[in-house]
Structures are given as structure tokens and as C-alpha cells.
Design a protein around this ligand. Sequence first.
Ligand SMILES: NC(=O)C1=CN([C@@H]2O[C@H](COP(=O)(O)OP(=O)(O)OC[C@H]3O[C@@H](n4cnc5c(N)ncnc54)[C@H](OP(=O)(O)O)[C@@H]3O)[C@@H](O)[C@H]2O)C=CC1
Ligand SMILES: C[C@H]1O[C@H](OP(=O)(O)OP(=O)(O)OC[C@H]2O[C@@H](n3cnc4c(=O)[nH]c(N)nc43)[C@H](O)[C@@H]2O)[C@@H](O)[C@@H](O)C1=O
Length: 318
Amino acid sequence: MAIYVAGHRGMVGSAIVRLLQERGREIIMRSHSELDLTDQYAVKSFMQEYRPEAVILAAAKVGGIQANNSFPADFIYENLQIQCNVIHQAFKAGVRRLLFLGSSCIYPQKAAQPMSENALLTGTLEPTNEPYAIAKIAGIKLCESYNRQFGTDYRSVMPTNLYGPNDNFHPENSHVLPALIRRFHESVERQSDEVVIWGTGKPRREFLHVDDMADASLFVMGLEPRTYQAHTQQMLSHINVGTGADVSIAELAHLVAKITGYKGRIVYDPSRPDGTGRKLMDVSRLTNMGWAAKIDLESGIRDTYQWFLENRFEVRSK
Ligand SMILES: NC(=O)C1=CN([C@@H]2O[C@H](COP(=O)(O)OP(=O)(O)OC[C@H]3O[C@@H](n4cnc5c(N)ncnc54)[C@H](OP(=O)(O)O)[C@@H]3O)[C@@H](O)[C@H]2O)C=CC1
Ligand SMILES: C[C@H]1O[C@H](OP(=O)(O)OP(=O)(O)OC[C@H]2O[C@@H](n3cnc4c(=O)[nH]c(N)nc43)[C@H](O)[C@@H]2O)[C@@H](O)[C@@H](O)C1=O
């Protein structure tokens, strides 16, 4: 069974590829420069030529709060385009199984915590990432609609905030964890005695290591030994993936300071946006199916920091 992993050079795609390779699966991969997924005709001819058995859609325009806020048109346009092309052309090529990666930002800004799958479309979205969230909601609905109309098995996972090897370490456009790892590390190197954290430090986030995310993806898709096979109509929608625990950004900053050996002051810049106050996933649906995260936050950050040190001069930063 040949599986096409879209976005195999990204943080999540590369983790999924590592796991599939360990399991001896045949994988089809195309880099962004080889296949631009916003190009409908290129995606069509690729799908028609290779007709994969299954597709994992881990390619997307991705970034942190600042990137989302600065480039809203790119985030909505590119993500809608990639999703429409990959999902529709996969269907046209006879692909029966597909996994779409959404995000916890699909839930309303003021959703009850922890956020269950049923909170979708019950309120207004967080403004800093609304365009990206709308694209992700459209992706879920595309999968659901093809399932309803054509009987496909297109599933969607909603990951919480992710981190790990192959993350983007850009100082402005990345997510908080790679940004802090880099900022604290460089402060230690420069012997600086002050690190600035965006916002108030009060927002709370849930962080999942990308190796756990890859494992959950194959579990939900039914591509791993503890295979999930119960194909009810309800499960052919979206499912949350997370750890079920969160920390404040201030607590996270102190943890990264400890791991990188930084001993100076930590200050906050409230002129930068906080974004959503809290985003904690209700992961009971996935837990009841038999999956749970294995990597705790401190070990996960230590592992990522080690990877950063070993790959410092080649890390992605855009
Ligand atoms: N990181 C996180 O915290 C979270 C991520 N997710 C979701 O998980 C998925 C994977 O994210 P992540 O691995 O972090 O993101 P990355 O940015 O690390 O990887 C995305 C990949 O998609 C590729 N890509 C982007 N645009 C195109 C295009 N037009 N054609 C072909 N390839 C393209 C990128 O290639 P290139 O770099 O060459 O452009 C890159 O390899 C996404 O759907 C994201 O929304 C969900 C929740 C949290
Ligand atoms: C995954 C998720 O990612 C984004 O949403 P977000 O959860 O707000 O992600 P973030 O990692 O950028 O920020 C988390 C918190 O951390 C604070 N923060 C402090 N200092 C830095 C800092 O240096 N960089 C960043 N990026 N944030 C910082 C920041 O102010 C915020 O309060 C969306 O793109 C959304 O679409 C999405 O899906």
C-alpha cells in the first residue's frame, strides 16, 4: 500500500515519514519545489499518475501568532487551495483513505475548556488566526462531505500546539516553543541578562511532541498495530489530539530557561498579542479509543533542544 505524505519535509510530515519507514511502508513524497499543491493541474496529474492507496495531508501554510496576523491572505488562500486540490484530486484518482490535519484554532475563542469536538462552529473565532481557522474548518467539512456523498473514509485530526525536531525556528514567524528555545539559547551564548516574552505570559497552551502526533495520526488512520477500525459515521469527522494538560506561557518560559541554562531576567512585552486566553483540548474521544501521548513536556523540550543544538546551522527559519 503506497501512502502519499504531503508535506514530508515539514515538522509533522517528516515525523510521520520516520514512523512509516520504521514500519516498512511504501511512501510517495514530493517536495514543494517538485509539486506545488496550490497548482490544481499539477496535483491532478500527480494523483492520476501515482493513484496512492492513502493520502496524509500534512502540507499547509503554517506559522505562529505573528505570521498569522501579518499574512492572513496567504494563510487562507494557500490552505484552501492546497486542501481543495489534494482532497478533490485524491477522490478523483480513487483514493479511499485520507487523513487531514487541522488545528485546535478551529474552536471558538471562548469555547468551554477543555474544548470538545462538539464545540466546532458554536461561536466566533480568535481574530489573530481566523483566516487560517476558516480554511481548516473548510478542510474538515470537505472530508465530511466527500464521506457523506461518496462513501470515502477521509478523517481529520485536530492537533493542539506541536513542537519537536524539524520545527521552524524563525524569530518572528515561528510558534512559541521554537522561538523561545532559540531566544534563550542565543541569550546564553551572548551572556545577555534579559529575555523578552511576547504578550502577558498569562495565556495557556497545550503542547504535544511531534512524534506523539505522528503516532496518533497513524492510529486514527488505522495504519498502525493497535489499529482503529470502527468506521461509524460520527468518527468520520474530526478528532482532537493532545495531552490533556496545559501550561501558561510564563511557566513555559521558565521551563525553557531551565533547559537551556539561562539564569537572567524574563520580561514580558504586552504590546505583542496574547491570542486566545486558553486552548486546552478535550482528548477523551481519542483516549477512549485507546491512544494517549507518551512524551512529557520537559523531556520533549530537552529532546527538541538537543536536536536544535545538533542542527543549529541548518534549522528551518522562514
Ligand atoms: N506546528 C503546529 O504547532 C501545528 C500544526 N498543525 C498542522 O499540522 C500540519 C503540519 O504542520 P507542520 O509540520 O508544523 O508545518 P511545517 O511548516 O513544518 O510543514 C508544512 C509543509 O508543507 C509544505 N508546503 C507548504 N505549502 C506547500 C505547497 N503549496 N505545496 C507543497 N508543499 C507545501 C512545506 O514545504 P515548504 O517548507 O517547502 O514550503 C512544509 O514541508 C499542518 O496542516 C498544520 O496546520 C496543527 C496544529 C499545530
Ligand atoms: C498552533 C497555533 O499557533 C498559533 O496560535 P498560538 O497558539 O497563539 O501560537 P503561538 O505559538 O504563536 O503563540 C502562543 C502564545 O505564546 C506567546 N508568545 C510569547 N513569546 C512568543 C514568541 O516569541 N513567539 C511566538 N510565536 N509566541 C510567543 C504568544 O503571544 C501566544 O500568547 C496560530 O497560528 C494558530 O493558527 C495555531 O493553530
